[in-house]
Design a protein around this ligand. Structure first.
Ligand SMILES: NC(=O)c1ccc[n+]([C@@H]2O[C@H](COP(=O)([O-])OP(=O)(O)OC[C@H]3O[C@@H](n4cnc5c(N)ncnc54)[C@H](OP(=O)(O)O)[C@@H]3O)[C@@H](O)[C@H]2O)c1
Length: 330
């Protein structure tokens, strides 16, 4: 039987999310890819167990993670049953709805009908009574935001989620969502944006809003899906996300220009005595609005390397400037 490591809280750092009592580990584990029905269950199980053994208390899921859809949550449910049930109160588990999930008019976007049904399905798959955080996964231009926020507020009142968040909402949309929920007596606590050295949109207003609203950012694709590692330096490595054909927006991201930049960033990382992936994660967490980076590691080996970023999280002014210059280069 699995027994969690007694030393699991000795080295992990935790950061408070906005104005709340909730602490996140500075690195979390995400289930978007690599934990679906097509993946080797024992590899998934080992990654999750080792994550927990090392103080990673937060596991990020969504209804459609897989493939196939739903299978990321099913994998998590199996691991919950086999290993983690006794530790439920030490874990922060999130799910989301907002993207395509099931056929017909009620399996996508932001209606109350969809969000309510989807969370009920997610809880069954994950074998949970409640999630810690439930997100609306993306803004819906057609549904009134009041309805979507009403769904989140109801989910909190029903005890099916303790906290709620939004993902992929712009600065303006986030401000509005937060105001609507405030009227309903619910604090919109978390935003899940993409954020990496290659994707800095949050710096253009979103992080200011998060500060004003007492919210925190839990950042996804922090390694730009693997581009901020050495794996694409000599072309597309066999077995990589790009080789598997599941690299989102591959054509605009895996470019010669970005690989050149990654190589230069790698030189700086080496000077700092860390891997490029570690420097890329530390760079995100240098902002106080960043509460956690969600690693999409494929196995324990990758995750172990990524956790090592905590050993050097600070940057000199000169290092910051060099990074900005490299990223600006055309
Ligand atoms: N809210 C949203 O809309 C949204 C969208 C996307 C993701 N997310 C969340 O964020 C999580 C992370 O996203 P992501 O998977 O794109 O994150 P990521 O950490 O940027 O990319 C993960 C990929 O990077 C590579 N990698 C990670 N660590 C490595 C290491 N140490 N050495 C070499 N390669 C390494 C692996 O690629 P290979 O497989 O090629 O080895 C892995 O599949 C997701 O699981 C999900 O929970 C949310």
């Amino acid at each position: 039987m699995y027994q969690a490591d007694n030393a699991r809280y000795e080295t992990m750092k935790y950061r408070r999310c906005g104005k709340s009592g909730l602490l996140f580990p500075v690195i979390s584990l995400g289930f978007w890819q690599n934990f679906g029905g097509i993946n080797e269950f024992e590899t998934c199980r080992e990654t999750v167990r080792k994550a927990f053994d090392n103080g990673i208390t937060h596991f990020d899921l969504a209804n459609n993670y897989g493939p196939p859809y739903g299978s990321g949550e099913e994998t998590f449910g199996r691991i919950m049953e086999k290993d983690l049930r006794p530790y439920r109160d030490e874990m922060l588990i999130s799910s989301k709805a907002g993207y395509d999930m099931w056929p017909g008019p009620y399996g996508n976007w932001g209606s109350k009908k969809y969000l309510t049904a989807s969370l009920d399905q997610s809880l069954k798959r994950m074998k949970l009574d409640y999630v810690d955080i439930f997100y609306h996964h993306r803004p819906d231009p057609e549904t009134p935001m009041e309805e979507t926020m009403d769904a989140l507020a109801q989910i909190v009142r029903q005890g099916k989620a303790l906290y709620v968040g939004v993902s992929n909402y712009s600065a303006q949309e986030t401000k509005r969502a937060s105001a609507i929920l405030k009227e309903m007596g619910v604090h919109l606590l978390v935003h899940q944006p993409s954020y990496s050295m290659f994707d800095r949109w949050v710096e253009d207003g979103l992080y200011d809003v998060l500060k004003e609203e007492g919210m925190g950012a839990v950042c996804f694709s922090p390694l730009a899906q693997g581009l901020l590692t050495k794996k694409y330096f000599d072309g597309i490595t066999v077995g990589s996300r790009a080789a598997r054909g599941t690299f989102h927006r591959q054509d605009s991201l895996i470019t010669e220009e970005n690989i050149e930049k990654a190589k230069k960033l790698n030189e700086l990382a080496e000077e700092r005595g860390q891997a490029l992936s570690q420097m890329a994660l530390a760079w995100i967490m240098a902002r106080e609005e960043s509460v956690s980076v969600i690693s999409g590691a494929r196995n324990w080996e990758q995750l172990r390397e990524n956790i090592g970023f905590m050993e050097k999280m600070d940057f000199t002014e000169d290092e910051r400037k060099r990074i900005d210059e490299i990223l600006k280069q055309a």
